[in-house]
Design a protein around this ligand. Structure first.
Ligand SMILES: C[S@@+](CC[C@H](N)C(=O)[O-])C[C@H]1O[C@@H](n2cnc3c(N)ncnc32)[C@H](O)[C@@H]1O
Length: 223
């Protein structure tokens, strides 16, 4: 991304509260990949705009992204999911009893955990594995009512090869299926391409990609 735009987005990113500053310090010290404050601001905004009372996260780490959702909510519930029990224990330490929100901590595979919730979800965050964003969407699509939102992180940078991704999505052929020779890309880039192709071609979803952080795809259910 253009360096000036990067600096501008950073300059207007929202500020952390004390709890989030401690979380950020922890994330930086451990080199843990959180969404960061720019995307955090988007999550808070989406929670506020949807009057969210029910949020589900695929991949919560130690709870940083959930803290941003919580700051945009007036009560309600956030389900955090995480494979790594040490991260989830930290999330509980940081968040339990905070922000007037009911945090639910689901240990294990988010793809299985989501089956235990009927929805409807107001906002869903995909931040687990890019290769599994499309299957995750399939699991929540019918748990979104019109106005419900899915937000997917890391769609333009970080673990994806953005240049290859744009070529894949710009082709006239079906980017993933009908090609004679398979794309020589990693599974994350392929997974993100598959996800973006899915949301852009779904008539029940309206999608924009925002240049916050490492890129977020925001899709709202309209039908
Ligand atoms: C990018 S980090 C999440 C960061 C978090 N959303 C934040 O911004 O604070 C991705 C996390 O997802 C977890 N993860 C990956 N696949 C998962 C799965 N299928 N189920 C649950 N957790 C998963 C990883 O262990 C990792 O902690």
């Amino acid at each position: 991304m253009d360096e000036q735009l990067r600096r501008l987005l950073g300059a207007v990113a929202p500020t952390h509260d004390d709890r989030q500053s401690r979380m950020l310090d922890h994330g930086v010290a451990e080199g843990f990949p959180t969404v960061g404050p720019q995307v955090g601001g988007v999550l808070r905004l989406l929670a506020r705009l949807t009057d969210a009372t029910d949020v589900f996260e695929f991949g919560s780490g130690f709870g940083y992204s959930a803290s941003w959702f919580a700051r945009g909510m007036d009560g309600g519930r956030i389900v955090l999911t995480e494979y790594d029990d040490e991260e989830l224990a930290l999330a509980r330490e940081f968040l339990d009893g905070a922000y007037g929100v009911d945090f639910v901590f689901e240990s294990g595979d988010a793809m299985a955990a989501v089956g235990r919730y009927d929805g409807p979800f107001d906002v869903v965050l995909l931040d687990h594995e890019g290769a599994r964003y499309a299957p995750a969407l399939a699991r929540v699509r019918e748990k979104l009512e019109p106005g419900g939102v899915v937000v997917a992180d890391n769609v333009t940078a970080g673990p994806v090869d953005a240049e290859t991704l744009s070529v894949m999505l710009d082709t006239e052929e079906d980017p993933l299926v009908t090609r004679d020779e398979p794309w020589d890309v990693d599974t994350t880039t392929e997974g993100i391409a598959s996800y973006l192709d899915l949301v852009r071609s779904d008539p029940a979803l309206e999608t924009v990609v925002l240049p916050a952080g490492e890129g977020v795809a925001v899709s709202v259910r309209v039908g």
